[in-house]
Design a binder for this molecule. Structure first.
Ligand SMILES: C[S@@+](CC[C@H](N)C(=O)[O-])C[C@H]1O[C@@H](n2cnc3c(N)ncnc32)[C@H](O)[C@@H]1O
Length: 450
């Protein structure tokens, strides 16, 4: 059955422009979309699902759309444009070039008028006029990639440099499978806080709230996956700390660390605290966890999470993890978790617009910070203690290469991880692959002092 195109009215376009504009500052973009749709009376109405699909259709192509904006406007970077104009351009190019089969305009002249008027008032009359002309050009514009790189970018909706790096790592065919998996909608994943609830109890309550395709993870038996919609804002299970929103592969990092009740644990990049919470749970809330992070907002989220979950053994420091050995001391920790900032490309199915914020020039900077945090973590580790290094990036530079660097310096030895996922490109390390293991992509290495 052919789906009828969605008929857009001015209010729909206005809601999309607001959502795309807010998505620049509010992450994840799903939240930005919710806020904008609420403001324009779209949220929860029958217009919500088709407009949500159109919104993601635009966000998934943002990098390609921005290149077209450069071409049409002559600016070297769309970020130089006024924010309302940039959002309007992104939406109209998204709609008129990349969503032609999905939408039609109820009254294009009226919509054109409204947007042009709005832009003239928000910036300069000239801007409105220019926009008016551009819409006429877009009606008949056909996008054609000009280079093989642009062709691949259009096919996989990923930056060319990322396609190249991953294809070199795992081969073009497998890379294609991975890139396809980035476009699938993942199941929602929650982990049961065993200090407050049982898996059976949570399963029963989720069943009652009519979620679909409930399944218990084979890898982490306290992780439950299901298809939404599920309203976390209204979830009693979440409010009472009985569940934590977390993917199987993220939970596994804390499990591989194997913390025990009564131990001293350091978590060097802890917020928003999903893994810290699980470490606390595995320690049965006995011992101490020193948790560091530099981001005050994320730390507030961590405080709320730990409070809900009933974990009371965490000492939180709003400090750079590289300073931690001076604060906590050297050779003091039984366990250290280093889950540093990374390019997060393993989470692309959950964060579709992140793909256009992946910047090649950021990779060496992240790798250096990861290395420095890892060295700080090793300093704090007691001889015989374990450090787990994990990142949700699939780039070798942020995984095996960082570990190889500390091993070369004789600062650490690898303690082989024997599954449940696949061995990494350095023996004894492990990788979770979205296309093979149906979870967020992760790299793991377990280390002990060298
Ligand atoms: C991958 S996230 C951590 C996720 C967390 N472990 C969890 O499971 O919820 C990386 C964190 O590192 C923090 N960060 C960035 N630079 C840091 C630094 N120099 N020292 C400590 N934390 C840092 C970020 O604010 C971010 O919260």
């Amino acid at each position: 059955m052919v789906k009828e195109p969605y008929e857009l009215e001015w209010v729909d376009v206005a809601a999309l422009i607001k959502a795309v504009k807010l998505a620049e500052s509010i992450k994840p973009s799903q939240q930005a979309k919710r806020n904008a749709f609420k403001e324009f009376g779209v949220l929860g109405t029958r217009r919500d699902p088709p407009l949500t699909a159109i919104f993601y259709n635009i966000m998934l192509r943002l990098g390609i759309i921005d290149n077209l904006i450069k071409e049409f406007s002559g600016v070297t970077n769309p970020l130089l444009l006024e924010a309302n104009l940039r959002a309007a351009l992104r939406v109209f190019i998204g709609l008129m070039v990349f969503s032609r089969d999905r939408v039609r305009f109820r009254d294009l002249d009226k919509i054109k008028n409204k947007v042009s008027q709005y832009l003239s008032e928000a910036s300069h009359p000239f801007v409105g006029m220019w926009f008016w002309d551009l819409i006429d050009r877009l009606v008949s514009f056909e996008y054609r990639p000009k280079t093989p790189e642009e062709e691949l970018t259009l096919k996989y909706l990923l930056p060319a440099w990322y396609i190249k790096k991953i294809s070199e790592l795992i081969g073009a065919d497998e890379a294609a499978e991975l890139f396809k998996s980035f476009l699938k909608t993942p199941k929602i994943s929650v982990r049961v806080n065993t200090l407050k609830a049982t898996v059976e109890e949570v399963l029963k309550e989720l069943e009652e709230s009519k979620v679909k395709d409930l399944e218990v993870s084979q890898v982490v038996p306290t992780v439950i996956k299901f298809k939404g919609p599920y309203n976390f804002d209204r979830s009693r299970l979440l409010r009472e700390g009985k569940i934590v929103i977390q993917d199987e592969s993220a939970a596994l990092a804390a499990i591989l660390l194997d913390p025990k009740p009564g131990q001293v644990v350091v978590d060097l990049a802890a917020a928003p605290g999903g893994k810290t919470e699980l470490i606390g749970e595995l320690m049965r809330n006995e011992g101490v966890i020193h948790a560091f992070d530099v981001d005050a907002k994320r730390i507030s989220r961590m405080r709320r999470l730990l409070e809900r979950a009933g974990i009371t053994i965490v000492k939180i420091y709003e400090r750079d993890g590289r300073e931690a050995p001076r604060i906590v001391g050297e050779n003091v920790a039984d366990r250290v978790l280093v889950d540093p900032p990374c390019s997060s490309d393993g989470t692309l199915m959950k964060n579709p617009d992140l793909r256009w914020r992946l910047l090649e020039e950021e990779v060496p900077k992240l790798a250096q910070l990861q290395y420095e945090l890892l060295l700080a973590g090793l300093k704090m580790l007691k001889p015989g203690g374990y450090l787990l290094y994990s990142t949700c990036s699939l780039l070798r530079e942020q995984g095996e290469d960082v570990i190889q660097r500390v091993i070369k310096k004789k600062k650490a030895k690898i303690v082989p991880i024997k599954g449940p996922y696949e061995e990494g490109f350095l023996p004894g390390t492990m990788r979770a692959w979205p296309h093979k293991h149906n979870t967020t992509g992760f790299f793991y290495a377990l280390l002990t002092k060298g």
